[in-house]
Design a protein around this ligand. Structure first.
Ligand code: GDP
Ligand code: MG
Length: 186
């Protein structure tokens, strides 16, 4: 099923024409995107710009640079709005639920589809394997294997294990964002 909302609503949730560094957080529903977004918003002292069922938008300052963060809903019916954001994206984070082996194969297809978009060719990618605190969380090597990441070559990508619940790995994500936003400006 596809999402067809009123034009005015779609315009409202699309990115505006600012020159900010744009950070996009994608992944399947229930992966932990919004929990990560809340943590980042707190750490970076973000201002909430928009929040509805499709997208949560934040703005913050990082090393004197304005950063716009979009956390977009990962349900199937909402994934068709993702490409509307790709043109402006400078940094991409893709969140996985490391406890859900079945949906990792779905995540693999979805990530593969995302990376087919040429607008994202030179965009640094961080793949976050979330929920490391939970029982049944799969090892890094298993997640990499199930996601087929050994085939992901020719682009700047990194893999990070974390738990949004305990906070483990969050600092590494923050460091990665800092580094990539800094590189963006130079
Ligand atoms: N155990 C555990 N649960 C988490 C973690 N991160 C998020 N969750 C839970 O997973 C569910 C989905 O999280 P949410 O951020 O809404 O996912 P989203 O759909 O990707 O935005 C919520 O019940 C969260 O509390 C984590 O690191 N560990
Ligand atoms: Mg969410």
């Amino acid at each position: 099923m596809c999402f067809y909302g009123p034009v005015s609503f779609i315009k409202k949730i699309l990115p505006t024409g600012s020159q900010k560094s744009c950070l996009l957080i994608l992944g399947l529903d229930n992966a932990g995107k919004s929990t990560l977004t809340d943590r980042l918003a707190e750490i970076f002292n973000g201002d909430s710009k928009e929040s509805n069922n499709q997208v949560s938008e934040w703005s913050f300052t990082l090393n004197n640079s304005r950063v716009q963060l979009w956390d977009i809903n990962g349900e199937l019916k909402n994934r068709q709005i993702w490409p509307k954001y790709y043109k402006k994206v400078k940094v991409l984070i893709f969140v996985l639920d490391s406890t859900d082996a079945v949906r990792l194969s779905e995540a693999r297809c979805v990530l593969c589809d995302v990376l087919m978009h040429q607008e994202l060719d030179n965009v640094p990618l961080l793949i976050v394997s979330n929920k490391k605190d939970a029982s049944g969380s799969l090892s890094m090597s298993t997640v990499i294997d199930l996601m087929g990441l050994y085939r992901l070559t020719g682009r700047d990508w990194t893999f990070e294990e974390c738990s949004m619940r305990t906070g483990s790995g969050v600092q590494e994500i923050v460091n990665w964002i800092n580094e990539k936003i800094k590189n963006n400006r130079s």
